[in-house]
Structures are given as C-alpha cells and as structure tokens.
Design a protein around this ligand. Structure first.
Ligand code: AMP
Ligand code: TRP
Length: 332
C-alpha cells in the first residue's frame, strides 16, 4: 500500500488554507493509503515563538486535525518532537544538503534570509522536513502549493544520499490539490492566507462562527470593477472567492463565474458554502477540545506507532553512512 505522510506547523487552530489546501485531502487519503500525519512542533523554533503557548497550540492543531476528519483508528497522528529520530536524521541530511540550495528556498528568502540575525534553523528547516518525510518511506506527500519547492529539495536530498551511500530512502512525490492549493488572504488577495502574516479579517479559522465567516467574506477585498470573472492575475480577490466556492462545492471556478451578476451575490454564495463546509468541523472541534485527555491519548498511541517505523529507517541510514551502531540499539 502507498505510504502517505504530511505535516502541519503548530500554529493553533487550523485556517481555511490548511483545511482546503491540505488537511481535507488527508482525511480522504487515510482511507486509501497507509497514512502518517504529524504536528511539526520542532519547526516552531525557526522564528520567534512563545514558549508558554507552544504546548497549547500543538494540542489545538492536533485537535483541528481530528476535527477535520483524521481518524486515529485509520491513520497515525503524532507530534514530531515525540519521535527522536526526526532531529537525529535531520543532522545526517543537513550534511547531505548544501548551503547554496538551502539559501535559494523561496520561503527562506521571504522570511528574511538576507538578514544576518536570521536563525540558522530557518535555513536548515527544509532538511528537518525532509527527515520527517524520509523516515516513513513516504511515497506521497499531500501539501498545498507553497510546499512544492521543499518537496523538490527532499527528493534531491534522498537521491543524493542513495547515490552516495546506497539505496536507503524512498524518493517521495508531492500531491497538490487541483483546486484551492493556494488559498489567498481575504484582505490581501495577492498573499496566501496564513496565521502568521494575515490580519484577523483576512483569515478564516475552522473555529469561526457562521457570523464571523459571513462578516469576513462580505468584507473580502475585490476590485473596482463589477464583473465576476475568473482571472487570478488581473482579479485576484474575485478569483480567490471563486476558488473557495469551487473547493466547497466541487465545481470548477471558471464555470461558476457566469452564474453571478455582481460581487454581492458571489460573496453571499461563498459565505453560505463556507459556513456549511466548516459547520461539522467546528462542532467536532468544540467537542474534542472539551476532552483534552482523549487527544493526548491519540498522540501517545500515534508516537508509539510512528517510532516503530521511524526507528528502523534511522538505523538503516546510520548504517549506510558507516556509523558504529551502539550495542544496545539507537533507541536511547
Ligand atoms: P502550515 O500551517 O504552513 O504548516 O501548512 C500546513 C499545510 O497547509 C501545508 O500542506 C501547506 O501547504 C498548506 N497550506 C498552508 N497555507 C495554505 C494556503 N493559504 N492555501 C493552501 N494551502 C495552504
Ligand atoms: N513545511 C511545512 C509547512 O510549512 C510543514 C511540514 C513539516 C511538512 N514537515 C513536513 C509538510 C513533512 C509535509 C511533510 O507547511
């Protein structure tokens, strides 16, 4: 069976971009593939973060994944820092990647790569992501469009390691959804929706109430024309709304446009579709948030399962790279 792995940063409650670009597809993938999903908490250290909030955000993110339909009876859900092989393999891979290729990563440049005070971890972060993936022999990595370049790097690192040390890793492929692979900010439609940079009005959370969703969609920035047309370059705001409606209803964004004579009608349809799409997710999230012990238990079982896969892969990589194995094994 195909192995799937993906990850999400512990930003807290998931937003609509996470949901449509990635997590909704994970819930479908888990029934067809052997699926692993992780909350990548070690990635938080790459920029300023609040230590007092990290544990809570990690739990909120895991809760959001369960609310979005991940079923712990079917897939494996865990927290990255609970599986020691991730940062350990990352070191081996860091020494396989080059400064030049890491420096060229778009996200590194966008997050201030030119700045002297930027953390070294921000530069090497995509290699930790490669370790997340390669430890599980993942064939397929379902992600939003913004992660394509990181997946290319993962493939390059795996191919290079295999070439140098002999066949060790499965070379994975990115799986990017056909619609809503890049959900844009509702206030700044040329920028992707994201918890870290968006204004609260620009981002829809999976916990937003129907009234909040309605308000945010109605205030969404469009343009000074009035024609509803699917043209992401010239009309990013309107096209984003059409993308959202398409993703929520299963239709094609361009074919939806002629059905609307003005922006008001489009916004009303988008708001209604999103409210219905997110209603069950929000309800499950609220119920799960009241049962913290359940989520903690799911993560404990997930980490135990993840270790049984990641541990042997890590040992294989260490052996391939020529290390003397500890007599008691690498688990300690
Ligand atoms: P992150 O929250 O950055 O860890 O992202 C988790 C997953 O959601 C990744 O697969 C991203 O590609 C995806 N994602 C994040 N933001 C968006 C967005 N605005 N549109 C589509 N997918 C997104
Ligand atoms: N870098 C990804 C993001 O920012 C998160 C991530 C970390 C990830 N490790 C991963 C995604 C492994 C897929 C597979 O969204």
């Amino acid at each position: 069976m195909t192995r799937v792995l993906s990850g999400v940063q512990p930003s807290g409650v998931l937003h609509l971009g996470n949901y449509l670009g990635a997590v909704r597809g994970w819930a479908a993938d888990q029934h067809e593939h052997d699926a692993f999903f992780c909350v990548v908490d070690l990635h938080s250290l790459t920029s300023d973060y609040d230590p007092a909030a990290l544990a809570g955000r990690t739990l909120d993110t895991a809760t959001g994944l369960l609310a979005s339909g991940l079923d712990p009876e079917v897939c494996t859900l865990f927290v990255q820092s609970h599986v020691a092989a991730h940062p350990r393999l990352a070191w081996l891979l860091e020494c396989t990647a080059t400064y030049g290729e890491l420096r060229r990563m778009t996200q590194f440049k966008e997050k201030g790569g030119e700045n002297e005070s930027v953390r070294a971890g921000l530069l090497t972060y995509p290699v930790l992501m490669a370790a997340d993936i390669l430890l599980y022999d993942a064939d397929r990595v379902p992600v939003g469009d913004d992660q394509r370049q990181h997946l290319e790097l993962t493939r390059d690192v795996a191919i290079r390691f295999n070439h140098h040390f002999g066949p060790t890793f499965v070379v994975p492929e990115a799986a990017v959804p056909a619609v809503a692979a890049r959900v844009m900010d509702l206030q700044e439609p040329t920028r992707k929706m994201s918890k870290s940079v968006s204004s609260p009005l620009g981002t829809v959370d999976i916990l937003d109430s129907p009234q909040e969703i309605d308000r945010k969609v109605r205030k969404a920035v469009t343009d000074t024309e009035s024609e509803v047309r699917y043209d992401p370059a010239a009309k990013p705001g309107v096209s984003n709304l059409l993308d959202l409606l398409a993703a929520a209803t299963g239709a094609d964004p361009a074919s939806l446009a002629p059905g609307f004579t003005n922006y008001g009608g489009l916004k009303a349809a988008v708001a209604e579709a999103l409210v219905e799409l997110l209603r069950p997710v929000r309800e499950r999230h609220l119920a799960l948030a009241a049962d913290r012990a359940h989520v903690v238990g799911v993560l404990a079982a997930g980490a135990a399962k993840a270790r049984t896969v990641a541990g042997p892969t890590f040992e294989r990589a260490m052996a391939a790279a020529g290390f003397l194995a500890p007599a008691e094994g690498y688990s300690g």
